[in-house]
Design a protein around this ligand. Structure first.
Ligand SMILES: [Zn+2]
Length: 359
């Protein structure tokens, strides 16, 4: 039963049934978990999860793909069945999810890419419209056709009410900093919308044995590594200088970049002959203008991320429905040394502003 149905049932006089359900009563009625409301210093906070996945089977079919994954995953990836998703959000204290779809269409030709992205953005808009208080979404764009991607972003924002774009950390082995992608970055900057960068792994290393073996290293190491490389190129190739108004949020706490930030400043000082471009700022200063989700698992990881990037740059992420973590809210609530305002910003304030979510 959804929360809406619960309210409707109450309205038609089924209060006894509802009360029984809430108490987890007998008769085969499943207990309705209470929605967790996150409070900071006595004030209710609207929490926002910037990193949540879904899938649109009609679009995937154009690439000959099906929704697959772990046994329960296909169901929860589909927005046509949002009940389980809303229940998980309620349990974890997440008020709004910003939905995104990881790119699988970067090899599609222009016609297929156009059709696929249109279907996908329409379906994302429908999913948001069905639960406007709980979902916003990032547009999909066909970044392999940069001018088309720019159009799709504009259409996604203006026609479908989407709040930005979700892109991969590379495009068929090419860096996001390649000048061919400038039309996309220019459009994102002009629209003032957030670009969420999610890694797709490092295909080049997966072609060798380096990340094979036990422990899914292609994901555990490959994903944060790709994010680290992508962000580093955006800094060092001058993309962030050329488009200073860009708002970029990196998945998985920015990969390894904030963990070893100091080395980024030291490289060109140590080996100046290897550097051919003068940046407007120190590399670590760009790190402090990007945004990062908090999928970093430990209080010490959070502390370091916030130290290197600033409390205003960290937003909440869960990676739902992939079961990496269910405690993204708690990681922020439990973090020592934050002011109430910083905690509220991290839980949802900053993301709400970036994504145009009303308080
Ligand atoms: Zn993810």
């Amino acid at each position: 039963m959804t929360r809406r149905e619960l309210v409707e049932n109450t309205a038609v006089g089924e209060l006894a049934f509802v009360a029984c359900a809430i108490q987890g009563g007998s008769g085969g009625v499943e207990a309705q978990p209470r929605r967790r409301e996150v409070v900071v210093n006595g004030k209710r906070v609207k929490t926002v999860d910037v990193h949540a996945h879904c899938a649109v089977p009609e679009a995937m079919a154009l690439m000959g793909l099906k929704v697959t994954g772990q046994p329960n995953l296909p169901n929860v990836l589909l927005m046509s069945n949002a009940t389980d998703r809303l229940r998980a959000m309620d349990e974890q204290g997440i008020d709004v999810e910003a939905l995104s779809i990881n790119p699988y269409w970067y090899k599609a030709d222009r016609d297929v890419a156009q059709k696929l992205v249109t279907i996908q953005n329409e379906k994302l808009a429908e999913a948001c419209a069905a639960n406007p208080e709980r979902f916003v979404a990032f547009a999909s764009v066909a970044l392999q056709h940069p001018d088309l991607a720019a159009e799709q972003l504009e259409q996604g924002v203006r026609k479908y009410g989407l709040r930005g774009a979700a892109i991969g950390g590379s495009v068929n082995g090419e860096e996001l900093s390649d000048p061919k992608y400038h039309p996309f970055w220019a459009k994102a900057e002009a629209l003032g919308v957030l670009v969420f960068i999610h890694p797709q792994g490092t295909a080049e290393m997966n072609a060798t044995t380096r990340l094979k073996g036990n422990g899914l290293l292609d994901n555990v190491i490959g994903n944060p590594l790709e994010t680290t490389i992508a962000l580093s190129h955006l800094i060092f190739e001058g993309t962030l200088d050329q488009f200073p108004g860009l708002k970029i949020c990196a998945a998985h706490a920015g990969g390894y970049l904030p963990s070893y930030a100091g080395r980024s400043d030291q490289g060109c000082l140590t080996f100046p002959d290897r550097c051919n471009r003068t940046l407007k700022k120190k590399p670590t200063e760009y790190i402090r203008q990007l945004y990062y989700d908090n999928i970093i698992f430990t209080p010490e990881g959070m502390r370091h991320l916030v130290t290197e990037t600033g409390p205003g740059q960290v937003v909440m992420g869960t990676d739902y429905p992939y079961p990496w973590t269910t405690t993204s809210v708690d990681l922020i609530l439990a973090m020592p040394g934050l002011s109430d305002a910083e905690r509220v910003a991290m839980l949802g304030g900053t993301a709400a502003e970036l994504l145009g979510i009303k308080a």
